[in-house]
Design a binder for this molecule. Sequence first.
Ligand SMILES: Cc1cc2nc3c(=O)[nH]c(=O)nc-3n(C[C@H](O)[C@H](O)[C@H](O)COP(=O)(O)OP(=O)(O)OC[C@H]3O[C@@H](n4cnc5c(N)ncnc54)[C@H](O)[C@@H]3O)c2cc1C
Length: 308
Amino acid sequence: MIDSPEHRRLFDREGGRHRFTARRVRVTGVTDVLGRFVRVTVAGDELSDFASTGPADHMKVFFPDPESGILSGPEALGPGVDGIRRPDGAVFGRDFTPLHPRRDPSTGLPALDIDIFTHDAPGPAARWAMTAAAGDELILVGPRGSRRAPQGVDRIVLVVDETALPSAGRWLQDAATSTRVELVPLIGGQLDWVESYLREFGIPARVHRDGGSALYRLRQADVDDRTFVFAAGEAGTLVEIRRLLRHELGLPNYQYAVSGYWKQGEAAFDHHAPIDPDDNDDPEPSRLVAAGSRPRPDEANALGGRNR
Ligand SMILES: Cc1cc2nc3c(=O)[nH]c(=O)nc-3n(C[C@H](O)[C@H](O)[C@H](O)COP(=O)(O)OP(=O)(O)OC[C@H]3O[C@@H](n4cnc5c(N)ncnc54)[C@H](O)[C@@H]3O)c2cc1C
């Protein structure tokens, strides 16, 4: 293992904090994209100062109560102001990756896409996506900060399942032109659709398809001391991936980032939970956002307290 100031600099990730607020947005389009993704386009004036410059950025998306259909979530403290007001009662917030922030030429409104994977045990998010329609409303909170891809590395290896494919697309877009990006899918079955999904992001990625297991594929990827690894998916599955990176390959913790995007059998999983509580000296998971942008206590409560 190399762990020196020069080596550490290779993996520097530029970061910054954004205005932390809640934004009410309206669905303007719903399309089926590849695999089992529903792409929801949302737009609204409140997105005018929305910023997201990091590939692992995420926002908490608040969905309507699946029973009553009523949407509640945090509210902005005021225009241009940093901070949110906590909602009373239960909320249904889940984490998603913002895609393609832009100004929609047809409406002139700021807009972005959310690709929602309609998984087998759909909760409030996936269930909502299956019947989403133009005119529906959502509330978005975050991202509170961004960290860019390390610009000095030779390779970035992305170990991802379906839920982290939107993020993989963003890693492809943010990688330096001199950086090769490779994908180790935590996805079973036919993988042609994964390549097609990623192609939309404009930069080709090599997809490791050999062998059945992700561990085998990751070993085949030959991670060296100029490779950064991002792994995201089901939290339990990531335990052995993280052990391989940390113990078998002996990577220093600035050379990889592992993030549990969901956990089998657990609704509204909190991705700040350590992947392996018995073996945890990774930096705070908020390193995936801006350095020094740890949630303040009021932010953490507003997002987590009564989430169902
Ligand atoms: C930083 C971050 C970014 C994310 N970005 C995206 C994104 O862009 N697109 C996306 O689709 N997801 C993304 N996710 C994952 C998403 O937040 C979870 O899958 C979420 O649990 C879905 O909410 P739900 O209401 O459908 O299910 P929940 O109510 O949270 O869970 C209900 C049940 O479904 C199970 N479950 C949850 N997800 C899956 C799954 N993928 N496969 C099988 N079972 C599952 C749970 O274990 C639970 O038993 C992201 C997560 C994080 C932390």
